[in-house]
Design a protein around this ligand. Structure first.
Ligand code: NAP
Length: 332
């Protein structure tokens, strides 16, 4: 059926400024890392994207390697663009990334100029787009000079392939160096994409302070810790969950300690009148330096549940203190 976006879509989503830039992102953005690839149900992914846009999610995040198989999330997204979102291109912020293993040989990964520019061209081709709104370097490269990778990002903007650039999973000092290098080039470096959730708080050890100081935005990926911070794991691993899948990267995190944390947090969420997923999303957004919570979803129902977090984003001091207690390590 032909898609016409909900005319009310801008009525309830808050938009937050990306650092000191002119760009705004929705408080909740949608990532296509899992559930949108060639092995997933095409119409389910399409329904999730339609619902997301209908509810004010203007930002879709991709990467060269999202699938499986790698590249297939971008290919599917290209089809959804043609059929559903073409009239709305100027209302969307589409991002992609290069830096993880994508094709065979020395040019298919990390941060050389060769990899970055070729990968960006491949992503544009798969998605059928003329340009990306944000293009990221996906992870630090210990071997390529930072100046080379940042120079490639600069070229990507100057050649019209992307409007803004970002970095992902860079530690604070390297992020600072990237900012200085890109600043000297005049490249619009506006955003950092780190992992951040109640179960992974590394960004609190300097990165958020650095980004706040530099005026760079922060989009927090996996705020639900890949689904762990939801009601679904209260009694162990559900059969249809990400942790149950063969290639899962999250199963190792289903530890006794994390299960205790999740159960304690679930009780706090209930007293707030929220699901655990909703509280987990609200919690990363409590810090104004976090521009957007970048969630995943396997079903429309999950996305709808997550979006209800917007009804209660605030925390009082007692709730925040109770969350700290709930996250305290278990005695050994
Ligand atoms: N830059 C990077 O290196 C990097 C790395 C990872 C992710 N990312 C980005 O971040 C995006 C989100 O990552 P993520 O998928 O790990 O995010 P997430 O939001 O932490 O986890 C999503 C998963 O949680 C479960 N879920 C979602 N909403 C739920 C709800 N309301 N109730 C119960 N369960 C719910 C589903 O798992 P089940 O399928 O098990 O039900 C879903 O697949 C990615 O798509 C990607 O764009 C970036």
């Amino acid at each position: 059926m032909t898609y016409a976006a909900d005319p009310m879509r801008y009525s309830s989503m808050p938009y937050r400024r990306v650092g000191h830039s002119g760009l705004e992102l929705p408080a909740i953005s949608l990532g296509l890392w899992q559930n949108f690839g060639g092995k997933d149900a095409f119409e389910t992914g399409r329904a999730i994207l339609r619902r997301a846009f209908d509810r004010g999610i203007t930002h879709f995040d991709l990467a060269n390697n999202y699938g499986p198989p790698p590249g297939s999330a971008e290919e599917n997204f290209g089809r959804w663009m043609v059929h559903d979102f073409k009239p709305y291109r100027d209302q969307l912020v589409v991002s992609s990334k290069a830096g993880y293993d994508m094709w065979a040989g020395p040019y298919g990964t990390f941060g050389s100029r060769k990899h970055m520019i070729a990968s960006c061209d491949q992503s544009l081709q798969r998605m059928g787009l003329d340009y990306l709104d944000i293009f990221y370097h996906h992870r630090p490269d210990p071997k390529t000079p930072l100046e080379e990778t940042m120079g490639a990002l600069d070229h990507i903007v100057r050649s019209g392939r992307a409007l803004y650039v970002g970095i992902s999973s860079y530690p604070p000092e390297l992020a600072r160096q990237a900012h200085a290098t890109l600043g000297a080039l005049g490249t619009p470096f506006v955003i950092h994409q780190p992992s951040y959730s109640m179960l992974n708080r590394v960004v609190e050890e300097g990165l958020l302070d650095t980004l706040g100081e530099l005026g760079v935005g922060c989009i927090a990926f996996s705020p639900l810790a890949q689904g762990l911070l939801t009601h679904r794991y209260l009694n162990g691993i559900p059969d249809d969950s990400r942790a149950a899948r063969q290639e899962s990267t999250v199963r190792a995190r289903v530890t006794e300690q994390n299960l205790v944390h999740i159960r304690r947090l679930h009780v706090i969420a209930q007293t707030r009148g929220q699901t655990l997923a909703q509280m987990a999303i609200a919690w990363v957004l409590r810090d104004t330096r976090v521009t957007s919570a970048l969630v995943g979803a396997r079903t429309v129902e999950q996305l709808d549940d997550s979006l209800e977090s917007l009804n209660k984003l605030d925390f009082d001091g007692e709730e925040l203190a109770a969350i700290e207690v709930a996250l305290a390590p278990l005695p050994v």
